[in-house]
Ligand binder design. Structure first.
Ligand SMILES: [Cu+2]
Length: 166
C-alpha cells in the first residue's frame, strides 16, 4: 500500500492510460539521460585527446631544446678581424657557445643556407640586432669589452647561443 502511494506520486487508483503515459514519459527521460551521458563521455574523450596531443607537442619542444647540446668553439682571427662562423638550422645554432677576444672588431658569419626553421630569424637583443637570415649573412658585432656576453636567440626564443668575450 505505502509502496504504491510513494511510487512516483501516482495513486493506485489512477486510470491505466494515465499510468501508461507516465511510464512513457519516464522511459523518454531515462533515454535522454543516457544520451547526455554518451555526449559527456565523448566531450571528455575529446578533451583527453587534445590534452595528450598538447602534452606531446610541449614535451617535444622541450626535448628539442635539451638536444641542442652545448657546442663550444673559439672565434678565429684573420688580419685583426675576428670571425665567428656559425650554422643556423631548424634544430638550432652550431656552435651555440662561442669564446671570443675582447676589444677586437668582430663579425658573426651565419650560414643559413639549409635553414627552414625559426632560427632563420635571429636576434641579439643587447645590440638591437634582428635579422632574417638566408644564405650566408655577415653581422657586425663591433669590438666588445672584456667580460661581455652576447645572448642570441631565434625569433621565438626557443634556440639560444652565447658569445663570451674575454
Ligand atoms: Cu624558434
Amino acid at each position: 500500500m505505502s509502496n504504491k502511494k510513494f511510487s512516483r506520486g501516482i495513486p493506485a487508483n489512477v486510470p491505466s492510460d494515465v499510468k501508461e503515459f507516465d511510464k512513457k514519459i519516464n522511459t523518454q527521460a531515462s533515454t535522454s539521460i543516457s544520451n547526455n551521458g554518451a555526449s559527456v563521455f565523448i566531450i571528455v574523450m575529446v578533451l583527453v585527446v587534445i590534452g595528450f596531443i598538447g602534452f606531446i607537442v610541449l614535451n617535444n619542444s622541450g626535448n628539442t631544446q635539451a638536444n641542442s647540446t652545448p657546442n663550444t668553439t673559439a672565434a678565429t682571427t684573420v688580419n685583426g678581424q675576428q670571425i665567428i662562423s656559425m650554422t643556423a638550422q631548424a634544430t638550432g645554432y652550431t656552435p651555440n657557445i662561442i669564446t671570443a677576444k675582447a676589444n677586437t672588431a668582430t663579425t658573426l658569419r651565419v650560414d643559413a643556407t639549409n635553414d627552414f626553421g625559426c632560427t632563420s630569424g635571429m636576434r641579439i637583443p643587447s645590440l638591437g640586432i634582428s635579422k632574417n637570415l638566408s644564405g650566408v649573412t655577415d653581422i657586425a658585432l663591433g669590438a666588445q669589452a672584456p667580460g661581455t656576453t652576447l645572448n642570441g636567440t631565434c625569433s621565438m626564443g626557443m634556440y639560444n647561443f652565447q658569445i663570451k668575450f674575454s
